[in-house]
Design a protein around this ligand. Structure first.
Ligand SMILES: [Zn+2]
Ligand SMILES: [Zn+2]
Length: 818
């Protein structure tokens, strides 16, 4: 009598043993090829939930598979520990963010260990510790040294709830990405990274295997458009500026400009506004400042604006064009000014209708009779009302007008990007201090490298006030200038935490290296990351920043590669009760309870089985029970021993052995290919089918012991990445030596995996007409199609109607025709 499957007992036992034996620790001194499998590290904002497991368990399965395939696999884990969620939670609970974060890490580490992954814990990184952020600050200095970090005044995204500035990437449709509050605008002196320098390169994804939708999102985020910048003349007494420049992708419509629109914040507005319009303009500006970007850009909202009492001149036709302000034009996009062509732009059309501004057609629609337009015509057409350019097709017109403007020096062809530089200053406490000193004599002075880290003081008041908490910490603020030794002040903003996560994957290569951010030789060995997995929500933030960061380091000669992640895979989302899990809905699935009831192996296998990994699926209790029952069946199947049947003929035995061997090799092939492609649901299904077949074979007893051994050993080896604990235990119980995780991945023999072939007789009206060789597993529909495609069969059927098909599996197919 053998013991029942007891996951609690065996999982604890093996996790302890693997840790004691340091089974998963890796070094660079290995004859095997390297494989760097990385899962996005978690925020330390609280408990590990099932979404974390969904990100981590399947990627561990893949990493284990690579390990068994003979790779030297680095699969590290760490914690993204700075940032708002930790700070906000700490404030709510009245404890220090450091204490709260480290408590969370302890808990999350314990939970992560319960997954049974191959994480090499000796390489753990925690971004809020000085030994880590010292190097985050060092990278800041490198970027500064290389002209990629600069301080500038900017209108910034401001989250009134989080009380901090947000990067453009953290504003989703005008709302704070973290808390969902509508974002407003503020003017502040801030630090930026010159990410726009890499705009073109960031749009390209050559040589990397990334999902198409992520590449598209990144390209759209860069938002490159080719067009022409056109100068409109200004002639205002007392105003130094003699032009307003606008960017357009449709210079062919320039003769149709009937007004211009500036962003309310445009610096020329104050200078150009006529005295009689002043009150109205100021009121409008005050109102638009209260608007969020989402309100300003909303399609539903009617576009409004104010005429400022000034004009510019369209140099192409000498016409005076009235200047308006409207808040649908943003200062941060393009030049902050647009030329309005209501006949050929929907937004301008609506605006012109509202304020009774002229609408002049300059691109004739195909069947246009010269009448008024009912809506903007935005397609190409023939140029009209455009002086000497009349009659040109608009595509040609774009070139002709651009040439003409360039000749006259009234404009130039240019490329415009939606991408803005990355704003990294945060007016919050829980982040890495920006290593900069302001000296009254010397100006901006970077902290010397030898003085790093600039420590985050533990005793600062960190409640959000809208100002940097460090501003009020006198010991922190007051320092001396490293250059002239006069009293100076420290920068009191901290860095965006996306800066911490832009390089953590480099630190794993040499996590305890003290002389530099990383050991060059080790980074050279491990990087780039071979497979990076995580959520698609990081497309234009983390994944974008990390690429920028590596390109900048490459150009500084610090690394020798230009892309951090060779292959990217985004998992889907696990939902419950048909909805996204959330605390407020009360439908959050916590893994701990399932782990202690059914075991980590069951949770791992269920998460893989529930749906294709990239799609995500719905958590279902009866689903995981089914998985648990499978593991119990498998346990009993392999622990109870195998007895060959006695009344089996040698022929039967031979056939049964051949059949089992065939399925064994087919299963190796299927599971291997599924793991390569991360089709983990069908991999589990194949393992279940294989288990069922073995159970049947055992009952019949026709298979000899050697075939049985081959099959059952293979089942365990194929199961090892998905369910590492039960596989290890059964490996031992079936007489093998420790550890299954050091075994080689089984290989399949294409010959043995080949489907059995049979000969099928083809009859027409009961007469033998052909014989076809087909796989034994062929279905009726496949047999029918194959037979009907044969020339010989066709000749008997041509011109006749099939009224019936008779199919005898493995024997014959008969077409009754008339
Ligand atoms: Zn917020
Ligand atoms: Zn100085």
């Amino acid at each position: 009598m053998t013991a029942n499957y007891n996951p609690q007992e065996i999982e604890k036992k093996w996790q302890q043993r693997w840790a004691e034996d340091r089974l998963y620790e890796v070094t660079e001194n290995s004859p095997k090829p390297k494989y760097y499998a990385l899962t996005m590290f978690p925020y330390t904002s609280g408990d590990l939930h099932i979404g974390h497991w969904y990100a981590m368990a399947p990627s561990d399965v893949h990493a284990r598979f690579r390990r068994m395939q003979g790779y030297n696999v680095l699969h590290p884990m760490g914690f993204d520990a700075f940032g708002l969620p930790a700070e906000n939670a700490a404030i709510k609970r009245g404890i220090h963010p450091f204490t709260w974060t480290m408590q969370n890490i302890d808990n999350m580490r314990r939970q992560l260990k319960s997954i049974g992954a191959i994480y090499d814990w000796s390489r753990e990184v925690i971004t809020c510790l000085p030994e880590y952020y010292r190097w985050t600050q060092w990278f800041f200095l490198k970027l500064y040294e290389n002209g990629l970090a600069y301080r500038g005044k900017a209108q910034v995204n401001w989250c009134p709830h989080c009380q901090t500035v947000l990067a453009n990437e953290q504003v989703v449709d005008g709302f704070c990405e973290r808390c969902g509050t509508a974002v407003s605008r503020r003017d502040l002196e801030q630090w930026f990274f010159r990410i726009t320098k890499y705009a073109d390169e960031l749009m390209q994804h050559d040589g990397i295997d990334w999902p198409e939708r992520i590449k598209t999102m990144q390209r759209n985020w860069v938002g490159k458009s080719t067009g022409t910048e056109i100068s409109f003349a200004l002639d205002h007494p007392g105003v130094a500026e003699k032009e307003i420049r606008v960017f357009t992708t449709r210079p062919d419509t320039t003769f149709g400009v009937t007004f211009m629109v500036l962003a309310p914040e445009h610096p020329l507005v104050e200078k150009l506004t006529s005295p009689d319009k002043k009150a109205e303009v100021e009121e409008y500006i005050a109102r638009s400042r209260r608007q969020t970007e989402i309100e300003r850009l909303s399609m539903e909202r009617e576009k409004d604006g104010v005429f400022i009492g000034a004009y510019a001149t369209n140099r192409l036709n000498g016409e005076k064009v009235p200047i308006w302000i409207a808040d649908y034009v943003l200062l941060s996009y393009g030049t902050g000014a647009v030329m309005a062509v209501p006949a050929h732009d929907e937004r301008d059309f609506a605006f012109a209708r509202r304020y009774n501004l002229p609408i002049r057609v300059v691109i004739a629609p195909p069947d246009w009779q010269g009448g008024k337009l009912e809506q903007a015509y935005i397609e190409p057409g023939t140029m009209v009302n455009s002086g000497k350019f009349d009659g040109l097709p608009s595509q040609q017109g774009i070139e002709a007008i651009s040439d003409f403007l360039e000749q006259k020096n009234w404009g130039k062809r240019t490329v415009s990007y939606k991408l803005r530089d990355w704003l990294i200053s945060r007016q919050r406490y829980w982040g890495a201090p920006i290593p900069i000193i302001y000296c009254p004599n010397c100006g901006i002075i970077p902290v010397p490298e030898k003085d790093l880290p600039v420590l985050l003081p533990e005793d600062a008041e960190f409640k959000p006030t809208g100002e940097s908490p460090l501003k009020y910490h006198q010991q922190f603020v007051n320092t001396t200038c490293p250059k002239c030794s006069s009293p100076a002040r420290r920068e009191t903003d901290t860095m965006d935490t996306f800066m911490c996560s832009s390089w953590y994957f480099l630190r794993y290569a040499s996590p305890h290296f003290e002389k530099a951010a990383f050991d060059e030789a080790k980074v050279k060995y491990w990087l780039p990351v071979d497979l990076y997995t995580g959520g698609a929500e990081h497309a234009v933030m983390h994944l974008f920043y990390a690429r920028f960061f590596i390109k900048a380091l490459r150009d500084m000669g610090l690394v020798s590669f230009g892309e951090p992640f060779t292959r990217l895979f985004n998992q889907g989302v696990i939902i419950a009760e048909k909805q996204k899990m959330s605390k407020s809905r009360g439908n959050v699935i916590t893994p701990d309870a399932y782990v202690s009831e059914l075991g980590a192996d069951a949770v791992r296998a269920y998460l893989m089985f529930v749906a294709p990994w990239e799609q995500g699926g719905e958590w279902n209790d009866s689903g995981i029970s089914g998985i648990s029952r499978w593991l119990n069946r498998l346990w009993n199947l392999l622990t109870e021993g195998y007895g060959e049947g006695v009344k089996v003929s040698p022929e039967e035995k031979q056939k049964a052995g051949r059949d089992l061997s065939r399925l064994t090799h087919q299963t190796i092939r299927k599971v291997t290919q599924d793991l390569e492609k991360l089709r983990l649901n069908t991999m589990i299904a194949a393992l279940m089918e294989f288990t069922n077949y073995l159970a049947k074979a055992k009952e019949e007893g026709a298979v000899d012991l050697s075939h049985w051994k081959e099959a059952s050993d293979t089942l365990l080896l194929l199961l090892a990445p998905a369910c590492p604990h039960i596989a290890e235990e059964l490996w031992q119980q079936t007489g093998h030596s420790y550890s299954i995780h050091n075994q080689s991945w089984p290989r399949w023999d294409e010959e043995l995996a080949k489907d059995e072939e049979i000969t099928l007789v083809v009859q027409v009206n009961g007469k033998l007409r052909d014989r076809i060789t087909v796989p034994a597993s062929i279905t009726e529909a496949e047999a029918r199609d194959t037979a009907l495609n044969r020339q010989r069969v066709k000749s008997y059927i041509e011109g006749k109607k099939i009224i019936k098909t008779i199919y005898v599996p493995r024997r014959l197919i008969n077409f009754v025709v008339r």
